[in-house]
Design a protein around this ligand. Structure first.
Ligand code: ZN
Length: 397
C-alpha cells in the first residue's frame, strides 16, 4: 500500500488475523543495508525453526507459500525513498499490506495467527495526522496529510452564493444597482448584509464539515489556508466559526487561493507542519533537559543512561535523533542490551555485537510499552546527547 497511512488501514490489519498464518515483516531498509540478503537469511532461519517445531503439514505449507511470495515481492523492490523501515503483513492467498516509515527498527520476521502490529502502531503514534482546509468566501477544499503525503479525500464544497460576492464584496464598489440612484445606500447596505449572511453560513457549513470529519476519522492537527489579497483576510473570521475542539488543534495558517495546484498546497501545508513539529520537539526536549538537570528529576541523557534505565523498565518516553546510529551488544535470547561486550546477566550467554544498536533500543522501549519520539531537527542542548528518556520513576541508591 502506498500513499497515506490511515487509522482505518491499521484497523483493517486486525482483520487479517484469525484466518490463517500471518507473516509480519519489519525490514530495516536504511541505506546502505543489504536488506534483500537480510530478508533471505531471516526467512531461512524462520523456515528451519518452523520445520523443527513439528507443525501440521497443511499449515506449514501455507506458511512456506506466504514466505515465498513475500521474498519474491521484496526481491523485486527498489529501496523506497525517504523510507527507513518497510513493514509488510502477508497472509495466504496473496493478501498483503505494506507501510513505509521514516524511522527504523531491527529487521524481524514473525509468523503468528495474528499480524504483529504493535511496533508499527507505536511508531505511527508519534506522527501527527493533519487535516488541511483551504477556504475562501464561497468554496472550501479539505485534505488529509500524514507523513508527508497529502490526499484530497474529504472533498471540496461550494456554497450557493451569488457570483458577485467574490469581487469587491463588502465595499459596495461594484455594480450600478449598488452605487447609484436614490436608494443606493439602502441597497448597498442590504446587499452587504446579504453577502455577510452568505459568507457566515458558508463558514458555518465548512466548520461543520470539519467537525464531522474530525469525529468520523480523527486527526491530530488542523491547518487552515485562505486568500489574503483584495478579498480581505478570510482566515481569521473563518477561525471564529470553528468548534473549540478544532480551534485548539490548530497547527498554523497559510495564505493561498482555493484553486492552487495540489503540489503548491502541499508545499505550504508542509511548511506550517514543519514549524509546528519543531515547536513540539522543542517543548519536549525542554522538558527532558529540565528533568535531567533537576535533582532527582525524571530524565536521563545519553545512550549509557538510557540503556540502564531501559533495563530497569523505567522509561516512559524515549526521545532520540531520527538518524542516530551507534554499535552495541545484545543478547539474542532475551534482548538484554549493553554498551560493552560480555555475558548476558540473565542467561549467561555471549552478547552479540550489532551495528544498529539504537534500533534495538527503540524496539525494546516499544516492547516495554514506552512512547517513542524521534526528533527530526537539530536542537541546541540535545545535540551532544542525541538520545534521552523521560522516566516513569527513578530508582535511588
Ligand atoms: Zn540472555
Amino acid at each position: 500500500m502506498r500513499g497515506l497511512i490511515r487509522a482505518r488501514d491499521v484497523q483493517a490489519l486486525r482483520e487479517l488475523g484469525g484466518k490463517g498464518p500471518v507473516v509480519s515483516l519489519y525490514l530495516n531498509v536504511t541505506p546502505p543495508r543489504p536488506f534483500k540478503s537480510e530478508l533471505r537469511s531471516l526467512i531461512h532461519r524462520k523456515r528451519e525453526r518452523l520445520r523443527a517445531a513439528g507443525l501440521d503439514k497443511g499449515l506449514l505449507r501455507q506458511i512456506e507459500d506466504t514466505l515465498r511470495t513475500l521474498e519474491e515481492y521484496v526481491e523485486g523492490l527498489r529501496p523506497p525513498e525517504r523510507t527507513r523501515l518497510l513493514v509488510v503483513f502477508a497472509a495466504p492467498g496473496g493478501l498483503r499490506r505494506e507501510f513505509h516509515l521514516p524511522v527504523a527498527l531491527p529487521s524481524r520476521l514473525y509468523v503468528d495467527p495474528d499480524p504483529y502490529i504493535r511496533p508499527l502502531t507505536a511508531l505511527l503514534d508519534q506522527f501527527d495526522r493533519y487535516c488541511v482546509v483551504l477556504v475562501d468566501r464561497r468554496r472550501a477544499r479539505v485534505f488529509d496529510m500524514y507523513l508527508g503525503e497529502m490526499e484530497e479525500d474529504v472533498g471540496a464544497m461550494e456554497s450557493e452564493t451569488p457570483g458577485w460576492i467574490s469581487e469587491g464584496e463588502g465595499k459596495g464598489a461594484r455594480g450600478t444597482a449598488v452605487g447609484t440612484g436614490p436608494w443606493a445606500g439602502w441597497r448597498e447596505s442590504k446587499i452587504q448584509r446579504h453577502i455577510a449572511d452568505h459568507v457566515h453560513r458558508h463558514f458555518k457549513e465548512v466548520a461543520a464539515l470539519l467537525l464531522r470529519h474530525f469525529r468520523s476519522r480523527g486527526f491530530d492537527r488542523l491547518i487552515v489556508g485562505g486568500p489574503e489579497g483584495a478579498e480581505g483576510k478570510v482566515v481569521p473570521p473563518f477561525l471564529d466559526h470553528l468548534h473549540s475542539y478544532l480551534r485548539e488543534r490548530l497547527a498554523g495558517v497559510f495564505p493561498g487561493e482555493v484553486d492552487l495546484p495540489m503540489d503548491e498546497i502541499k508545499r505550504r501545508a508542509l511548511e506550517v507542519a514543519a514549524r509546528h513539529e519543531r515547536r513540539e520537539e522543542e517543548a519536549l526536549i525542554e522538558r527532558l533537559l529540565s528533568e535531567a538537570h533537576r535533582e532527582r528529576g525524571l530524565g536521563v541523557l545519553g545512550l549509557n543512561d538510557v540503556v540502564l534505565a531501559l533495563m530497569m523498565s523505567q522509561v516512559h518516553t524515549l526521545i532520540l535523533e531520527h538518524e542516530y546510529r551507534e554499535r552495541g551488544w545484545v543478547c539474542p535470547r532475551d534482548h538484554h542490551l549493553s554498551l560493552a561486550p560480555g555475558r548476558c546477566p540473565l542467561c549467561d550467554g555471549e552478547l552479540e555485537e550489532v551495528e544498529d544498536f539504537v534500533d534495538e533500543v527503540v524496539e525494546e522501549a516499544i516492547e516495554q510499552g514506552a512512547e517513542v519520539e524521534h526528533v527530526f531537527t537539530e536542537h541546541q542542548g540535545f545535540r551532544e546527547w542525541r538520545i534521552g528518556a523521560i522516566l516513569r520513576f527513578r530508582v535511588y541508591g
